[in-house]
Design a protein around this ligand. Structure first.
Ligand SMILES: Nc1ncnc2c1ncn2[C@@H]1O[C@H](COP(=O)(O)OP(=O)(O)OP(=O)(O)O)[C@@H](O)[C@H]1O
Length: 503
């Protein structure tokens, strides 16, 4: 075999599956093409293998046979990854805590961030090693982790006078996290890690856009680990804090203390890892910390605003390590999830919020959950000052300026108008059942742009185009992506329209 068959199949698979699915399931596979007439696809763990076998194998077979005739496909777990997993799972004998305080404070305020069903992650599936987190002389919890006090962080006192701060935010728990299709897989993976830290999903890499719950999930794992084992030594920090601590340690000639400190944790949670970009010395230090923690069976959870391989300015060896465990995406939540989040946040604030008011807010604020939460807080504050009940008209009045701004942003209506004008057809044609090429193609373009420029979900877009099914929208997006690569005219039309709509 030529040895690059799998490489040649990847572009088709990439264009076929939504990015989240491709990145989570297909991209981590590597191929062993050393045998004749069989390609062995190596999955980083059993979880990925089983899911690929179940959901993607038949399509992969088709694509491979289109490219290279009759070749059989076998999906196996990468043995190297398994042994890494086994060594990760093997708890190390108790390691001494650093006896002197770390050179600098590790304190940081916590950051206030397709329609395939996510796989049911069997809880405890990989618990071949039973020891939980505590391997280090027990630190004492200063605060009772069982009591939820939103906004409060949890401090941990370690013996020997070392004050260690986990910085976990009590408000960010699994209970307060609302599950939806957009975060189902990430949530399931996080729960699995919390139940089985240092297991096969190490590191857990969570990526996705701003304000979508990555930090919340990360803290929820830490909180759950602490609930299961109050002696666990868990550190959450933003990557910029890691960099700042390292710089200070270098200045104070205390890099060994820094190393010992970060390597003595049971779980290290680092947020927004993309901030390591361009910081070579920090990357070098983190690389060694990463290896030490992985070898010691200590759990790492990392978040980023993009898929590991797409983080520019970060060394390849680090990027490839980020993908050794499990990489999961959080997507913008669909309308129902946004409404459920608003309801949950209102209930947490002990506010009565009628369903229609929650849906109104969720419909209007689509950009991300943080903004949604911010809008709700404004409404609550307003209601508090004026003594009014929160109703849809009250929300409209309270958020007048914000909603006016939202309306200026690109809407599906606007996209339909601009696309219809561009192709010299009527808006009603875009919404009609007509299938002639002169109407169907602009309709597909408009759907694809709606997916790209708005936060609407596929069903919402389908609905706005004459009540079509979400699979029609999905098909349109894939078709247009394909045509933009193969047909210069479509590429140019698409670019012109994007430019016009975002000017
Ligand atoms: N599914 C959810 N359920 C409940 N709250 C959520 C959910 N998703 C996000 N939030 C809330 O939205 C806010 C922003 O979330 P978070 O800080 O975790 O986002 P993030 O993805 O880490 O963003 P960034 O990339 O900017 O750091 C938090 O208050 C969080 O509690």
């Amino acid at each position: 075999m030529s040895g690059d068959l799998w490489e040649r199949c990847l572009p088709s698979l990439q264009s076929e599956f939504p990015a989240q699915q491709y990145n989570t399931w297909i991209r981590p596979l590597s191929a062993d093409e050393s045998q004749d007439s069989v390609v062995v696809l190596l999955a980083p763990n059993r979880f990925v293998r089983d899911w690929v076998n179940d959901k993607f194998l038949s399509r992969i077979r088709q694509v491979v046979s289109d490219v290279s005739g009759d070749i059989s496909i076998d999906v196996r777990v990468d043995i190297a990854a398994i042994s890494a997993g086994a060594s990760q799972g093997r708890r190390m004998p108790p390691r001494p805590r650093p006896t002197s305080p770390p050179p600098v404070s590790a304190y940081v305020e916590p950051a206030q961030t397709e329609y395939e069903q996510a796989p049911p992650i069997p809880r405890k599936e990989v618990s071949t090693h039973s020891a939980p987190v505590a391997v280090i002389p027990a630190p004492q919890l200063e605060l009772d982790v069982g009591v939820s006090e939103p906004g409060r962080t949890i401090d941990v006192n370690v013996e020997g006078g070392l004050r260690h701060q986990s910085n976990l935010n009590r408000a960010f728990t699994f209970e307060s996290f609302v599950q939806g299709k957009s975060n189902q897989l990430a949530l399931a993976a996080a729960q699995q890690v919390a139940d089985n830290p240092g297991g096969a999903y190490n590191p857990l890499f969570i990526y996705g856009g701003v304000g979508l719950g990555k930090t919340h999930l990360m803290h929820a794992v830490g909180m759950e680990m602490l609930r299961q084992n109050p002696n666990a030594h868990i550190v959450y920090l933003h990557s910029e804090r890691f960099v700042a601590d390292m710089v200070k340690a270098l200045q104070l000639n205390a890099i060994n203390d820094f190393k010992r400190y970060y390597r003595s944790v049971d779980a290290l949670l680092i947020d927004d890892i993309q901030f390591f970009a361009g910081k070579e010395r920090s990357q070098e230090e983190f690389f060694h910390t990463f290896n030490a923690l992985l070898e010691g069976g200590q759990q790492m959870i990392l978040t980023s605003d993009r898929y590991p391989k797409e983080i520019n300015g970060v060394e390849e060896r680090l990027k490839s390590r980020f993908g050794w465990g499990l990489t999961v995406a959080v997507e913008p939540p669909e309308l129902e999830t946004r409404a459920a989040i608003v309801m949950k946040k209102a209930a947490e604030a002990k506010i009565v919020l009628p369903d229609d008011a929650a849906f109104f807010l969720a419909q209007k604020i689509r950009s991300n959950v943080r903004e949604l939460e911010g809008a709700l807080k404004r409404v609550i504050a307003n209601a508090h000052f004026t003594g009014n009940a929160i109703t849809t008209p009250f929300i409209k009045e309270s958020l007048k300026d914000l909603l006016a701004l939202q309306d200026k942003q690109v809407s599906i209506d606007n996209i339909q108008r601009v696309v219809a004008e561009y192709y010299k057809i009527k808006i009603s044609d875009l919404l009609s059942k007509r299938r002639s090429r002169s109407v169907a193609r602009p309709r597909q373009v408009a759907m694809s742009i709606s997916k790209e420029l708005t936060n609407h979900s596929l069903p919402e877009i389908g609905n706005a185009f004459g009540g079509r099914d979400h699979t029609t929208v999905l098909h349109a997006c894939r078709k247009i992506k394909e045509l933009r690569e193969s047909e210069p005219d479509i590429r140019e039309d698409y670019q012109n329209l994007l430019r016009h709509l975002t000017a």
